[in-house]
Design a protein around this ligand. Structure first.
Ligand code: 8BR
Ligand code: GLC
Length: 492
């Protein structure tokens, strides 16, 4: 399909999905929510930070590649790496000193809702989903204020042994402290100097300094756990994230195994009595390889239906699953990277026994789905185009207040580079005998053991920001999938 034909399909897909979203009974969203303190780092800021902590120490620390922020030098080193490579990263910090240091040395521009569960529940509520049941294990008063003020956002509470739903602003724990992450955003073209070398940021992106206070636990209160299956009938699916915060060991002697088991039990409980319940996990950036592997092999494997990730996350996942060469091919730029991504997505789909894997990249998305999933490739493709429109709307406005807001992004042009990448993939598919000739013209193909759907996406020239776009993409597409499944259920 040429770009004009794609543009037409985009409008139809957005219209079709918008019409059926309210057919979804509801979506359960957990766990991670925080306040994002956002700072746009300019040339003068990065120079100031480097000279405050000392050029030599930064240079040395860059080579050590810290995977945790223990002091300001770690922080500046990871910022230099992220800006040099134009790559997104999230690095944990377990000390509150870093927050204080950043307040003294940088100061944020604005604060907004952060964390997958927070961002996704606000998005779904604004799109008009009937019940957005959100659970955050650490809901503070300050955090609650960042939820949109709509009646469809519901926080579960147990009162006198009965499950009730309240708006988060009426359900917070007044003793709970807020969790604040720092988002250091930078723009393509920003120049900086370190040890006589001049770097230029190759792509808009950000570094996230994720605070991990000792009280952070990915868990659920016992009484809510007991009542989970009572949500049956109110929800058609769940979006879960935050597992990246699980630690290998805790001060009280428990280990990650305990929290992994609990996470699986929650999923089992959500599915109780509803075999059609679909679970999506947003993978995110997970520095610790033990945890990354446990999430994939113990939580995702066999328990989860759908997985959402960006390209770096695909490489990270492949790495811990023992596919180092493929992981390398995914991150090394060059014209083969889209085919490596496709192969990587298929590996994840098959090895983790998933129903769908949705990979988002700048300019295109790839989705592979199992052949027996009850949707056609065209329906999968509509879900992707719907989510790409939402992504462009978020890049354009920074937020999506309604389906109408989303619609304004239909005017954003489709990326030509993304469109070229599809052609690249087509050549590869022909070489590998996945298809012959032109069957891949419209971005979909039914291969022997999976369906493949690829779309070129709309890319905004000067995005307001990039944080949270990935969450919007995955949640938008998953909601579209749930809406189509629900419609089929009712029609039958
Ligand atoms: P993560 O947050 O999971 O890394 O995902 C970010 C996603 O945002 C990218 O995969 C890309 O699809 C999308 N994106 C970015 Br970054 N910049 C964008 C832009 N200017 N317009 C539309 N989408 C964008
Ligand atoms: C991660 C970060 C959070 C950010 C989100 C955006 O969850 O911890 O700060 O808002 O990613 O995707």
């Amino acid at each position: 399909m040429n770009i004009n034909e794609w543009e037409k399909r985009y409008s139809i897909a957005y219209y079709n999905i918008s019409k059926i979203l309210t057919g979804i009974r509801g979506i359960f969203v957990a766990y991670n929510c925080n306040v994002d303190a956002i700072k746009h780092v300019k040339e003068k800021d990065i120079h100031k930070l480097i000279s405050t902590v000392g050029k030599k120490s930064v240079q040395q620390r860059v080579t050590e590649y810290p995977r945790e922020i223990q002091d300001p030098v770690d922080l500046v080193a990871r910022l230099v790496i992220a800006m040099r490579d134009g790559k997104a990263a999230e690095v944990p910090t377990y000390t509150t000193e870093i927050h204080k240091w950043l307040m003294d040395n940088l100061v944020f521009d604005k604060a907004r809702m952060g964390g997958q569960a927070g961002i996704i529940s606000n998005l779904l509520a604004n799109l008009g989903i009937n019940n957005v049941i959100v659970y955050v294990p650490w809901l503070s008063k300050e955090q609650a204020e960042y939820f949109v003020d709509t009646a469809n956002i519901k926080y579960p509470v147990i009162e006198d042994g009965v499950l009730k739903f309240k708006h988060p602003s009426e359900a917070y724990d007044s003793y709970q402290k807020p969790k604040v992450n720092w988002i250091l955003e930078f723009s393509k073209g920003t120049k900086f100097e370190l040890a006589e070398e001049v770097f230029e940021v190759p792509r808009d992106n950000r570094l996230i300094i994720s605070s991990r206070p000792t009280w952070v636990r990915i868990d659920m209160s016992e009484d809510l756990y007991e009542h989970l299956s009572k949500m049956n009938g109110m929800i058609d699916g769940a979006i879960l994230s935050g597992y990246q915060m699980i630690k290998e060991e805790y001060e009280d002697g428990t280990t990650y195994r305990h929290y992994v088991k609990r996470a699986v039990k929650v999923i089992e409980r959500l599915k109780e009595g509803n075999p059609n319940m679909r679970i999506h996990v947003e993978f995110t950036s997970i520095q610790n390889k033990v945890i990354r592997k446990a999430i994939l092999k113990d939580i995702v494997y066999k328990h989860v239906s759908s997985l959402g990730l960006d390209t770096i996350e695909v490489a990270n996942a492949l790495n811990v699953l023992g596919h180092e060469e493929l992981a390398y091919a995914v991150i090394s730029k060059g014209e083969n990277s889209i085919s490596a991504l496709y192969e990587g997505a298929v590996k994840l789909l098959c090895e983790l026994k998933l129903e769908r894997v949705h990979v988002h990249s700048l300019g295109f998305y790839i989705c592979v789905a199992s052949r027996d999933f009850p949707l056609t490739v065209e329906e999968h493709r509509d879900a992707l185009m719907f989510s790409a429109t939402l992504a462009a709307a978020q890049a354009l406005h920074g937020d999506i207040g309604s389906l109408k807001d989303g619609q304004t992004a239909l005017k954003v042009p489709i990326s030509e580079r993304g469109h070229d990448d599809l052609e690249q993939l087509e050549k590869y598919l022909v070489r590998r005998d996945v298809c012959t000739g032109t069957e891949f013209e419209d971005g979909c193909i039914c291969a022997i053991n999976h369906d493949l759907i690829v779309i070129p996406t709309k890319v905004v020239q000067d995005p307001v920001g990039t944080v949270g776009i990935g969450d919007t993409i995955s949640a938008g597409a998953f909601a579209a999938i749930l809406a189509m499944l629900r419609k089929k259920q009712i029609d039958n």
